[in-house]
Write a protein that binds this ligand. Structure first.
Ligand SMILES: NC(=O)c1ccc[n+]([C@@H]2O[C@H](COP(=O)([O-])OP(=O)(O)OC[C@H]3O[C@@H](n4cnc5c(N)ncnc54)[C@H](OP(=O)(O)O)[C@@H]3O)[C@@H](O)[C@H]2O)c1
Length: 319
């Protein structure tokens, strides 16, 4: 049996986490972790695989024989723009734990807005004992933009909590018990949506899609009168200035943002101070490196056995 190809790892994650995650990963393969200075200047020709996230600009010229590239994240917008990315299959990261954690973040934020948590926090700080109106989840329709791995799991879990759900994607999806919309049915979808959840990849088509025009089409018939915007997808899909203006003017009643056009979010951004805005630093669903390496090894074994690779990126569509 031929020796297994080594694997190059070039992940700009927390270095110690990568080092720890590599212990016991990729059994029977040499691992070339480029964070280790011992590999500086090493000849990387003849190597089949690379697992990358924000890799070095010269990686692909140093490793000219790659057969498969693995993205360190579920999104591939960073990978598709890497200089010299070879025209070989690109596999993105799909993982049960990542999916579950994104759904936790989505459900938590829908509940925070439903239960008017910020208003109660403010009252608690001021020692004010006062109740507010209390609609239930079933009074609210959550509209999810992006019905892929993450969007569909989020919808399933929102439904467990009792929320009504609708969804929008590029191609029409059939999801039992959920009204779905596709492509140019966007306005109809928005008109049904009280809480909008963004779980879209960043592509040429989705860049800047969450803007003033879109927010103005959201339903205002929900129990709080004004819609809420929650984005766990990519910051490049939103126009931050439009979100801030919509929150100021009351077009939006609240927001939860995990992603931003510029990350880290500027210390002077108005979002930090806004009353009904929850900010998290792009942590809705971080990649777990052990799971990432297990997923990459599984796909390498499929590839070496002649089975088709899974979770392939459609480069033309950009996700
Ligand atoms: N904040 C975080 O921590 C974090 C963590 C992981 C991932 N993410 C982001 O979440 C994104 C979604 O992940 P996923 O695994 O669910 O991706 P996925 O399985 O590829 O699903 C993407 C969904 O978006 C839809 N879509 C793409 N372009 C569209 C367009 N132009 N118009 C309408 N719908 C469009 C797709 O439509 P079709 O179904 O018709 O193809 C699909 O339903 C990732 O790309 C990543 O950017 C964020």
């Amino acid at each position: 049996m031929p020796a297994k190809s080594p694997v190059i790892v070039d992940l700009k994650f927390i270095p110690q986490e990568v080092e720890d995650g590599l212990k016991g990963a990729f059994p029977g393969r040499e691992v070339i972790n480029l964070a280790d200075p011992a590999h500086n200047g090493r000849d990387l020709s003849g190597i089949d695989y690379a697992v990358v996230w924000k890799s070095d600009p010269d990686l692909f010229s140093r490793a000219p024989d790659l057969k498969v590239v693995f993205s360190g994240g579920a999104g591939v917008d960073h990978v598709l723009t890497l200089p010299g990315l070879p025209d070989v299959p690109l596999v993105r990261f799909v993982d049960r734990s990542l999916t579950t954690r994104m759904s936790e973040w989505v459900v938590m934020n829908c509940l925070l807005h439903l239960r008017q948590h910020r208003a109660y926090e403010a009252r608690a700080k001021a020692h004010i004992w006062e109740d507010l109106s209390q609609p239930e989840a079933a009074d609210i329709t959550v509209g999810v933009m992006g019905l892929g791995v993450l969007g569909q799991d989020a919808i399933a879990k929102l439904r467990v909590m009792g929320f009504k759900t609708v969804g929008w994607s590029r191609s029409k999806k059939v999801i039992e018990g959920v009204e779905t919309f596709a492509g140019d049915e966007l306005d109809a979808f928005l008109g049904r949506t009280d809480i909008l959840v963004g779980l879209l990849p960043l592509t040429d088509e989705t860049r800047g899609i969450f803007d003033a025009g879109l927010f103005s089409k959201l339903s205002r018939n929900g129990p709080f009168g004004a819609p809420v915007f929650i984005n766990g997808g990519r910051g490049g899909s939103q126009v931050g200035a439009d979100i801030a203006a919509a929150l100021e003017s009351g077009v939006l009643g609240g927001a939860s943002l995990d992603v931003f056009e510029q990350e880290p979010l500027d210390k002077d951004s108005p979002f930090w101070e806004m009353d009904n805005v929850y900010i998290t630093p792009h942590v809705a669903a971080s990649s777990d490196v052990r799971a990432l390496f297990a997923h990459a090894e599984q796909q390498m074994q499929r590839f070496e056995s002649g089975l088709p690779l899974q979770h392939l990126v459609d480069r033309k569509a950009g996700y």
